[in-house]
Design a protein around this ligand. Sequence first.
Ligand SMILES: [Zn+2]
Length: 129
Amino acid sequence: MTKNTEQWHRKLDERAAELESELRTAKADEAEAPTRTPHVQVPDTVDAAEERLRGALRSAEMDRDVAELRDIEAARERLRNGEFGTCVDCGVQIPAERLNAMPASARCVECQERYERTHPIEIRLPPAL
Ligand SMILES: [Zn+2]
């Protein structure tokens, strides 16, 4: 490992702070979104569809941020018990470049790709108004 535990903790803290501020911004946006006020008539259906899509993407993004925060918490746990930096699926050492880019990585690239194929991220569109 190229960095000591302390440095990884700091990196995870920084990433978590970034995600938390993104989530705060997204929640504020959502509160202001016109689709949240159903009494307002939206005459242009294109605008309405666009707003609906934006809302769905925003919530998909929030889901992803929340998932990454969970990954960070799991990575802290692995740091504490000395398992940080090894793939949770196959046990190989995760390359340092990958950990630098994504300190919460729990899997090597190969296992991550397989995981994403079997656990696709869904974007849920709300029903039409
Ligand atoms: Zn692996």
